[in-house]
Write a new protein. Structure first.
Length: 332
């Protein structure tokens, strides 16, 4: 079947009507592949409906599995890759280093040049705020939004306090939240929400902030956690869009301050909890706190330290402590 590719077609005022007309009137079937910037997701919410005529896939930047030329696994296939002892991908460790240093977007990652990466990051931020945000919203205070974006890298991996941002920017709570939502819509940042079912004294409101380009995060531990978050979110989005179920990335934290970095929730139930450590290869104390409530058969502790692979049993759960190159190469 022929394939016709439309890129940035959403910049045309009647783009959905045009696609609907092409789809409905062609005598022979044709695959239409429509790509675009972050604005495509916003314009998708407009008038003409394409219901029943398309499938939506969220396109993420590069990940270790993709760069190591691994086929995207099913959810069960990812667990098999993780927990079965298979030959390691020789390039995965190198790609983890590259991704940590230059971020997941193609131009700085493939150039592997720090000066070019700095220029690219500055131009990207300017494009997001000065072009996309200006075109898609009625927000007039673009300089203030740019100040907000400058505050976010140091808050990545932390509980998101809109109140703190509001004070720093000297705006109302609603305004700060609206600006954060706009940056999220344009794929600058995203928020991982807490999972509270089954968890005693759980945190229910505040989320944790992460950036799509984790190379902006200066702290090594938080940058590594952000990298893992990006890989887990990509897997959740791919599996959901491909029809394997409804996958959501959450975290767990109780009111005593104990926290588990991530848990992938499948169809409303905990499926794979994940803890992230830079160098600590011993099972984290959080496992004994939360695994009795999560009751998952598997758990994963991802460490930056290379060459690590240890299995433990905690409360009838198989806990795999494993290096990032092995863990992330098993995902999408």
């Amino acid at each position: 079947m022929p394939l016709v590719v439309f890129d940035e077609v959403h910049k045309s005022a009647l783009w959905k009507r045009t696609l609907k007309g092409i789809y409905d009137t062609l005598e022979k079937p044709v695959d239409l592949f429509v790509t675009g910037s972050a604005r495509l997701a916003v314009y998708r919410k407009g008038s003409d409906s394409l219901l029943g005529r398309y499938r939506r896939f969220r396109l993420h930047p590069f990940s270790v599995g993709e760069l190591a030329a691994r086929e995207p696994p099913t959810p069960e296939g990812a667990l098999e890759r993780l927990f079965a002892r298979r030959r390691r991908s020789p390039s995965a460790s190198r790609w983890v280093d590259q991704l940590l240093g230059y971020g997941p977007f193609p131009e700085p990652l493939l150039a592997a040049d720090e000066r070019r990466a700095r220029v690219w990051r500055r131009e990207r931020l300017d494009a997001v705020i000065r072009e996309d945000l200006r075109d898609l919203s009625r927000i007039a205070e673009l300089d203030r939004v740019q100040m907000l974006a400058a505050l976010l890298p140091e808050r990545a991996g932390s509980l998101l306090s809109v109140q703190s941002l509001r004070r720093d920017l000297e705006v109302s709570h609603d305004t700060a939240r609206r600006w954060l939502t706009a940056l999220g819509d344009l794929y600058y940042s995203y928020e991982v929400k807490p999972y509270s079912r089954r968890i005693r004294r759980s945190l229910r409101k505040e989320g944790v902030l992460y950036l799509w380009d984790w190379s902006e995060v200066a702290d090594a531990g938080r940058r590594f956690e952000n990298l893992v978050a990006g890989h887990l979110l990509k897997a959740c989005h791919f599996w959901t869009d491909a029809g394997y179920g409804s996958f959501t990335l959450c975290f767990v934290r109780n009111r005593d301050g104990r926290e588990l970095d991530f848990v992938i929730v499948r169809d409303g139930e905990p499926w794979l909890p994940v803890e992230v450590k830079l160098t600590d290869t011993s099972p984290a104390p959080a496992w004994k706190t939360f695994l009795p409530f999560l009751r998952t058969p598997w758990a994963l502790q991802v460490v930056r330290e290379p060459g690590v692979r240890e299995e433990h049993v905690v409360d009838d759960t198989r806990l795999l402590v494993v290096s990032a190159d092995q863990a992330l190469a098993a995902l999408v």
